[in-house]
Write a protein that binds this ligand. Structure first.
Ligand SMILES: [Zn+2]
Length: 233
């Protein structure tokens, strides 16, 4: 039997908006420059909104380093995320290929690659996203600039810190390095961005590294520190 529905009077009141009309006091926003997703309390975002400018949003890291300015056209973003993802998935989670690694060892590799990169003052690193930012406005052949070779040398040193010979058997470091080199040179010469977006994150595909069929190679580009979870046996 159908239930009887009766009408009653209701009073509708507007929601008291914390700042600018958002329906929640927490908002998730994506940085216009580095694409980081950030969660903010609306009552805390006033400063960020003012610094970002109308209809824009930049994360605190980008604002702190001035990547919200027009000069950000000279900043190139790259990452080594696919390598940590490989270490986690192949050397830890499945641990069938290469040397077995513990989570703490992978964390040590992440820390040491950071230490190596930060030796170069034109390299900036964001721990949250594991992205590197290189300021190319200071790269060149004039007196106050550093030559491109110094940028490439830092990338080689970072790659060397991962000890591929033991950890990824069969991988050719030179093949992986070439992917970084080509992307960096294209940006240096013509400010060309990587084909698939603003951020250069080469995968280990076609370098001799063996992937398990279960792993989606493209997804390894999105791997970040918080994905390093202990495996449940
Ligand atoms: Zn950002």
């Amino acid at each position: 039997m159908a239930e009887k529905v009766s009408a009653c009077k209701v009073q509708i009141k507007p929601i008291i908006s914390p700042i600018s009309g958002e329906l929640s006091d927490r908002v998730l926003r994506k940085c216009n420059f580095c694409e980081k997703e950030c969660e903010y309390f609306t009552n805390q975002s006033q400063i960020i909104d003012r610094l970002s400018g109308p209809k824009n949003f930049y994360c605190s890291f980008c604002l702190r380093h001035g990547f919200n300015n027009r000069s950000n056209r000279d900043v190139f973003i790259l990452s080594f995320r696919s390598i940590y993802a490989y270490f986690y998935l192949q050397n830890y989670f499945c641990s069938t290929i290469g040397k077995k690694l513990w989570i703490s060892e992978i964390e040590d590799y992440i820390e040491s690659h950071k230490d190596v990169g930060l030796i170069n003052p034109l390299f900036f690193y964001d721990d949250d996203t594991m992205l590197w930012f290189i300021d190319f406005s200071k790269v060149g052949n004039s007196k106050k600039k550093i030559p491109l070779d110094e940028i490439l040398k830092t990338v080689v040193n970072i790659l060397a810190s991962f000890n591929f010979r033991e950890n990824i058997i069969g991988m050719k470091l030179s093949d992986l390095y070439l992917k970084y080199k080509e992307g960096i040179e294209a940006f240096y010469q013509k400010r060309h961005m990587p084909k698939d977006g603003r951020i250069l994150i080469p995968t280990l595909e076609n370098t001799g590294a063996v992937y398990s069929k279960a792993h989606n190679i493209e997804k390894t580009k999105k791997f970040i520190f918080k994905n390093l979870c202990v495996k449940k046996n």
